[in-house]
Design a protein around this ligand. Structure first.
Ligand code: CP3
Length: 344
């Protein structure tokens, strides 16, 4: 009954106000983040628990959001097992020796607790700091297809040509790759919950590059196995991808508690397709103007969200780096004041 509104909305329960948080809230647009971060690699910042804890808490203090998300990255477990990942500023994850053949399967060993001690140490620190306000921490991982797209392509891509060639040319090898990623992802997520994360988000950011047939064959089964692998933990799970309008009915069968809706789909239509609690879906670009423009855009989303239970307000993808924090502060206020979904 007294659970935080974020957890209640995830479970489709009534809330005192509509909860809100922002994907990529930790970092990016915050000047206090840039001041702390300096110019080192993001992977070094993630490896420093005191620093990563502080970056996780900055947006909670600044925005008054209803959940924290761990300052980490979807490539962290693969960096931790020595796959050879770097994150290049302004570009994203780059792999020195991309996954191309069965010989590369041996480079994807199981994740052990010690490999990610820096992550679980950060979770410990954050959970302690959030105890007083009872703000839940969201743990996360990349979904197998999206992680595979980085490991196989070797760098961010627009056309997904290398991974699509691999999956169609050698589906058995692709299957074995996904098996490795499922095991690593389940271990990574379970560790975060064991240390106090109270919800989990699975980022299948690039699932929208797939057709429905491809999604059903090459992405959904592995995602289902990841979600089944954490189901006994009893924490709500959120599955999110970009450009997934045509995939939402399939994604809603993956087993997550909540389905993330990106901004291409009107939220009322997204709710129909998801048929479960949803998270979303303000276009991050509509937060690049002044606060009044951001608030007007947020009101459009609130109108589409309606009054039924089961809405977690968020952007339709991550905060854009040039966003003025004052706009996000104003969005939080209007969601809390005017959101009606499940408010009793
Ligand atoms: O939500 C949060 O604020 C928590 C932290 C978080 C980061 N990455 C930190 C980060 C989360 C949830 C992620 C997830 C992530 N990482 C995704 C899925 C979310 C999405 O956007 O779809 C993906 C695809 C990645 C891989 C990745 N890491 C990309 C594409 C980039 C962008 C490169 C850039 O510089 O713009 C990163 C780097 C990254 N991860 C940054 C942050 C704060 C920015 C770079 C930095 O500060 O050095």
């Amino acid at each position: 009954m007294n659970d935080p509104v974020f957890l209640r909305a995830c479970r489709g329960e009534s809330v005192a106000h509509v909860p809100v948080w922002f994907m990529r809230q930790a970092g990016r647009s915050l000047p206090e983040y840039r001041a702390l971060r300096g110019t080192g690699s993001i992977l070094e910042a993630i490896a420093d628990p005191a620093l990563a804890c502080e970056i996780t808490l900055q947006p909670v203090r600044r925005y008054g959001v209803d959940a924290a998300i761990l300052f980490s990255d979807i490539v962290v477990p693969y960096h931790a097992i020595g796959f050879g990942v770097d994150v290049v500023p302004g570009r994203g994850p780059v792999i020195a020796r991309p996954f191309r053949s069965a010989a590369d399967l041996g480079r994807l060993r199981d994740l052990e607790a010690l490999d990610i001690a820096h992550v679980t140490d950060t979770v410990d620190l954050v959970v302690k700091e959030l105890a007083e306000s009872d703000t839940p921490l969201i743990g996360f991982a990349g979904a197998p297809f999206t992680v595979a797209s980085y490991l196989v392509e070797g760098a961010p891509t627009r056309d997904f040509g290398v991974i699509k060639s691999l999956m169609h040319a050698d589906p058995a090898l692709f299957e074995r790759l996904l098996d490795r990623l499922v095991a690593i992802t389940v271990t990574f997520l379970r560790a975060q919950v064991a240390h106090g994360a109270r919800a989990l988000q699975l980022f299948d950011s690039w699932a929208g590059s797939l057709t429905r047939d491809e999604y059903a064959r090459f992405a959904l089964p592995a995602t289902q196995r990841v979600l089944a692998g954490v189901a006994d933990l009893g924490v709500p799970t959120i599955l999110f991808g970009v450009g997934t309008g045509e995939l939402l009915t399939l994604m809603s069968t993956a087993g997550s508690t909540v389905l993330g809706i990106d901004w291409h789909v009107d939220l009322d239509e997204g709710r129909r397709r998801a048929a479960k609690p949803v998270q979303g879906n303000l276009d991050p670009a509509r937060c690049l103007g002044d606060a009044a423009l951001g608030v007007a855009a947020a009101r459009e989303v609130l109108a589409r969200a309606g009054t039924d239970v089961g809405h977690v307000f968020n952007l339709g993808h991550g905060v854009l780096p040039s966003t003025d924090p004052a706009v996000l502060e104003a969005v939080v206020r209007v969601v809390h004041d005017e959101g009606r979904a499940g408010v009793r």
